[in-house]
Write a protein that binds this ligand. Structure first.
Ligand code: FES
Length: 118
């Protein structure tokens, strides 16, 4: 389900099934960087490593659909490459347009493996 206020949907948002999916190793995502996580069936998420913690959001800017994994990360804020909308990757809140949040996903680290609940 897309957040309220969204004008169009993200076709790459995974269905919420409540299961943990292993997506890689902690060392695969350098500190202070974002990465695209490709899931089964062409779905994908954006994953960020900040201050030793991991955060996942949908990889889709609600403005025009840019991949947020490619945005510029400053602290916990990612700025969309295309037109500069900014999002808090912890909450999904859009700092420019409060009515345009992105979905967030729980990230669990187990024995150095990154797992995301989808
Ligand atoms: S597509 Fe992200 S700000 Fe326009």
């Amino acid at each position: 389900m897309q957040p309220p206020g969204r004008r169009f949907g993200n076709p790459k948002t995974p269905a919420r099934e409540g299961k943990l999916v292993t997506v890689g190793r902690v060392e695969d995502v350098p500190e202070g960087r974002g990465a695209t996580v490709e899931l089964h069936g062409g779905k994908e998420l954006a994953l960020y490593h900040i201050d030793g913690r991991f955060h996942a959001v949908e990889n889709f800017c609600p403005h025009k659909g840019a991949p947020l994994a490619d945005g510029r990360l400053t602290g916990h804020t990612v700025e969309c490459d295309w037109h500069g909308w900014r999002f808090d990757v912890r909450s999904g809140a859009c700092l420019n347009r409060p009515s345009e949040p992105v979905e967030t996903y729980e990230v669990v680290i187990e024995d150095g493996w990154i797992k995301i609940r989808v």
